[in-house]
Design a protein around this ligand. Structure first.
Ligand code: ADP
Ligand code: MG
Length: 245
């Protein structure tokens, strides 16, 4: 049974007392996360909202191990992300976390297909002979099979973001983290992206999405608000439609 669907580890994200400060000049520092405690269970869809500059992206960076906390613990898919070596982090991230950014971050000189294959080449979870077929299947899920050989610059923003989602799913990660994934999309493309996320959650993926889109956040079962580096709201806004675990 894969980890994604297994029962061994239902707590996908666990943050204990996470503090993050950045140096500001010689002796000063700015504390951006001021003691964050958070638990996210397998299969949850969580939206993270809050004013700009209040620590949302920093929080995601703690969870993905892109950056480290100044204090506190970050346990993700059972791994102590706060204390792992860079090499272990890179290997872990490659097949446990799919990351989606506002500006897609596709490699411009590679086709959509090659972009989606890249994480598979890095993680070695899928055999090299099956990677292209898997990438094509993922592009089909995001409705891009007919664009597979195009460069990112030749397709629309919505299409690039859907390809970025396919890339994030390349190694079938248990956790997908998206930082304002619809921030650069028209409302129709945003709805497509959101529908895809819902589909992933139905299949057991745990999904964290930072968004400024109130309409989208309202449709997500659990909403966390970050204000001034603290969780100031954590509620099951969509409780009426949320079916639990
Ligand atoms: P949000 O995603 O909520 O808009 P961020 O987490 O990006 O906010 O940033 C929170 C605060 O931390 C901002 O004031 C930002 O300037 C600061 N910050 C983020 N990254 C760094 C960094 N590497 N060095 C110094 N300050 C940073
Ligand atoms: Mg941000």
């Amino acid at each position: 049974m894969s980890e994604k669907n297994g029962s061994a580890n239902s707590k996908v994200v666990l943050l204990n007392g996470v503090i993050k400060s950045f140096p500001l000049g010689d002796d000063a520092e700015v504390t951006v996360l001021k003691g964050v405690n958070l638990e996210v269970q397998r299969g949850e869809f969580v939206s993270i909202v809050g004013p700009s500059g209040n620590g949302k992206s920093t929080l995601l960076n703690m969870i993905t191990g892109i950056d480290r906390p100044s204090a506190g613990e970050v346990i993700v898919t059972g791994q102590p992300v706060h204390s792992m070596s860079e090499n272990d982090l890179a290997a872990w991230r490659g097949d446990h976390v799919g990351i989606i950014f506002q500006f897609f971050q596709m490699l411009p000189s590679l086709s959509l297909l090659q972009n989606v294959m890249l994480p598979m080449d890095f993680a070695n979870k899928y055999e090299s002979k099956e990677r292209e077929q898997r990438a094509l299947e993922l592009l089909d899920i995001v409705d891009l099979s007919d664009q597979a050989n195009k460069l990112p610059g030749m397709v629309s923003g919505g299409q690039q973001q859907r390809a970025a989602i396919a890339r994030a799913l390349a190694n079938d990660p248990p956790l997908v983290v998206a930082d304002e994934p619809t921030g650069n999309l028209d409302s129709r493309s945003a709805a497509d992206v959101f529908n895809l996320f819902n589909r992933l959650v139905k299949e057991g993926t745990t999904m964290l999405m930072v968004t400024h889109d109130k309409e989208l956040a309202r449709q997500v079962p659990r909403v966390i608000e970050i204000t001034d580096g603290r969780i100031t709201r954590d509620e099951y806004a969509g409780a009426a439609v949320w079916t639990g675990y």
